[in-house]
Design a protein. Structure first.
Length: 157
């Protein structure tokens, strides 16, 4: 079998900052509690949830797989590398689309107290593989996830 994929690696970095009117502990819990995380992470209209598991500890692995409109299967596999309760979360993650490995990333979340709640800061560094994905596409999708999180934390749907 001949591999017809043109091999390449494109690197990208982005930062997303948002303020939410909840304490850092509440915002952090949206990542630490699997039931809460499932309320905002992934799953849009046309999404059929597949494998989901979460081991929220340093060295633990999270998996979230699903199929969109019966056509595109996405698989997210993260490994937690640093957790400081209510302050910081660091993980590496790989993404696959229809079985093709499209990227490996490092993501850091900071939860800083403010006078009215929490400043969330996400910084992500990615290696996007073989032209399946770009940094701009990942940033766009991640911004949508962050907006889902903000809506959840502020009680808006």
């Amino acid at each position: 079998m001949t591999d017809t994929v043109t091999r390449s690696v494109k690197h990208a970095q982005f930062t997303i900052e948002r303020e939410v009117p909840v304490a850092p502990a509440v915002a952090f819990q949206a990542f630490a509690d699997p039931a809460i995380k499932s309320a905002w992470f992934g799953g849009e209209e046309g999404w059929e949830q597949g494998e989901v598991s979460m081991d929220f500890r340093v060295g633990g692995v999270e998996i979230n797989e699903g199929t969109f409109q019966g056509e595109m299967t996405s698989r997210f596999v993260a490994t937690y590398t640093d957790i400081v309760d209510n302050e910081r979360l660091v993980y590496t993650y790989d993404m696959w689309l229809n079985g093709a490995h499209i990227s490996t990333s490092v993501a850091t979340w900071e939860f800083a107290p403010t006078a009215t709640g929490t400043k969330l800061t996400l910084v992500e560094f990615g290696a996007h593989l073989d032209g399946y994905d770009t940094g701009a596409q990942r940033e766009e999708g991640t911004r949508e996830l962050v907006e889902n999180l903000v809506r959840y934390l502020t009680g808006r749907s």
